[in-house]
Design a protein around this ligand. Structure first.
Ligand code: HOZ
Length: 425
């Protein structure tokens, strides 16, 4: 029995499903999750001493690659000063100033501890600001696991074939309306029915939790126009795209201004953190300035701030990283696309910048319904082939492949070679 198998067995006795986040359990691909001991650059090493080329990157934050010295050193420095104070620190101010400086339209930002918390708080702020109750989300978009947003969610919810979560009351979701990603008419229909009741539309500007689904031409612009016309707020969930597609995230990449933006792990360079922010006028509803309550002892934690400041500083001072990241993404994903074509594989490749994935369906994937046509058993076979050859992919058809600045051309060539040999057989 391998160390990972042994640990998974032990974990399954004391942790639900043996994991602390469901996708990691390998349920949709079968087999044993690798228990990780360390990671460096584009590689991770497991308990059995096996090293893998990693395309998960902690689900996004490892833009610079794992264990970047510039981030690690700042974290260690901060640890020497104390781990948590429950009182304000200069690092929080610096972090907020940096986010406001780098993100278009960002005037005020509140730190929280995860993307789930950021979304939950942004929705409350939108409701408080507009005095309206309804929220529009898109089927297949995942915005964390807070009650009101667990309707037709992506990520692990989609993987298990579970449309919604048990334990969420009807009351919690009665003001959540689900629309079809990339289909503006489905959003117009909601506004026709509830012209004065929608507080906000929340969207992943590039959907990356039903696999990667890029926004169709005009989709994000259309959402912006509808929100402006009906007095609703546009919330971009940039937990995955923020500081990845560009320093200003999807807003900068697509040239669309949202009213509120949410962030998660990505702004902490791997530490547990999240944030939400936007125009001062909107953020002024947050307590203690305004009546919308939201709080947290670990919010703005000094170690998380140190990691975040270090990573954002590196990104800000080296804009070339984005050119490299997007070039590597382009090289990998156009390479995969060519292989799929060359081998007549019944698969589709979607990508934007350094995010992408193969869907095991020959049809174009543009939303939740088309993503669900994927042959997940076939994906499982591909996944295990790659894992057996030491390439670590997200263990689900509906998760993205993340390229980091630490991936080299050789890493990508090696990956393409393996993909070619899988699909050529
Ligand atoms: N929700 C993440 C995927 N979109 C998975 C988180 C994890 O397992 O760490």
């Amino acid at each position: 029995m391998s160390r990972s198998e042994e640990l998974f067995k032990r974990a399954s006795e004391v942790i639900p499903g043996g994991v602390n986040s469901p996708v990691r359990a390998f349920r949709s691909v079968g087999g044993t999750p690798r228990f990780i001991t360390s990671a460096q650059g584009a590689h991770i090493t497991d308990e059995d001493g096996e090293t893998y080329l990693d395309f998960i990157g902690s689900w996004g934050p490892m833009i610079l690659g794992h264990n970047h010295a510039g981030v690690r050193e700042k974290v260690m420095e901060a640890c020497m000063d104390g781990l948590s104070f429950g009182a304000p620190t200069e690092r929080e101010v610096i972090m907020a100033e940096m986010i406001c400086d780098m993100v278009p339209g960002m005037e005020m930002v509140r730190m929280v501890n995860s993307g789930t918390e950021a979304v939950m708080s942004a929705i409350r702020a939108a409701r408080g600001f507009t005095g309206r109750n309804k929220i529009v989300k898109f089927a297949g978009c995942y915005h964390g696991h807070s009650d009101s947003i667990l309707i037709k969610a992506g990520s692990g919810v989609m993987e298990g074939g579970v449309p919604d979560s048990s334990g969420v009351t009807k009351g919690c979701t009665e003001d959540t309306l689900s629309a079809v990603y990339n289909d503006l008419s489905s959003v117009e229909a909601i506004f026709d029915q509830y012209p004065d009741q929608v507080a906000a539309i929340i969207v992943e500007p590039v959907a990356a939790n039903m696999g990667v689904v890029p926004p169709a031409e005009g989709f994000l612009e259309g959402l912006r126009k509808l929100c402006t016309r009906y007095g609703a707020l546009l919330i971009f969930d940039e937990v995955i795209t923020g500081f990845r597609l560009a320093a200003g995230g999807a807003q900068e990449y697509f040239g669309i201004q949202a009213d509120l933006v949410t962030y998660g792990k990505i702004i902490g360079g791997g530490m547990p953190v999240g944030a939400y922010g936007g125009r001062k006028e909107i953020m002024s509803v947050i307590s203690p300035l305004g009546p919308v309550y939201q709080a947290g002892t670990l919010s703005g934690n000094p170690i998380a701030m140190a990691a975040g400041i270090a990573m954002l500083t590196i990104l800000k001072e080296n804009p070339d990283i984005y050119r490299k990241l997007n070039e590597m993404g382009e090289y990998l994903f156009t390479g995969i696309k060519a292989i799929l074509k060359e081998t007549n594989a019944p698969c589709t490749l979607n990508y934007v910048g350094s995010l992408g994935n193969i869907f095991c369906t020959p049809e174009p994937v543009v939303n939740y319904e088309t993503a669900q046509k994927s042959d997940t058993a076939e994906f499982g076979k591909y996944f295990h082939f790659m894992l057996d050859h030491h390439v670590h992919l997200g263990p689900s058809q509906f998760e993205a492949m993340f390229v980091s600045a630490a991936h080299t051309k050789e890493d990508i060539d090696h990956t393409l070679e393996l993909i070619r040999s899988y699909f050529a057989k």
